[in-house]
Design a protein. Structure first.
Length: 82
C-alpha cells in the first residue's frame, strides 16, 4: 500500500509533509460538535470507488474504538460560530 492509500486514523498519523504542502485527504464526516469544527474518518479509497468499504485493515473494528481514536478533529480557520 503506497502512502496515498494509507489510512490516517487520527491527526497524529497524518504525515507532516502533507500538512506542510497543504495537501488534502478524503473522508466521511462522523460528527459536527459545533459550528467551527468536525470529526472526519479518513477514507482514502472513497475517491477511487464508492463500492469499496473504508480500509480499516489492522485497526480492528472501528465501532469498538472511541471517536477520538479513529477520527481526525478538524477546526475551520477564520470561522467564528457560537
Amino acid at each position: 500500500v503506497g502512502p496515498s492509500m494509507r489510512m490516517y486514523p487520527t491527526a497524529r498519523d497524518v504525515p507532516e509533509r502533507l500538512i506542510r504542502q497543504q495537501g488534502w485527504i478524503s473522508g466521511i464526516v462522523e460528527t459536527v460538535p459545533d459550528g467551527d469544527g468536525f470529526r472526519l474518518t479518513h477514507t482514502p479509497l472513497v475517491g477511487i470507488s464508492l463500492n469499496l468499504p473504508p480500509p480499516f485493515g489492522s485497526l480492528g473494528d472501528p465501532s469498538k474504538r472511541r471517536l477520538s481514536e479513529r477520527t481526525i478533529s478538524v477546526r475551520l480557520y477564520g470561522v467564528d460560530a457560537p
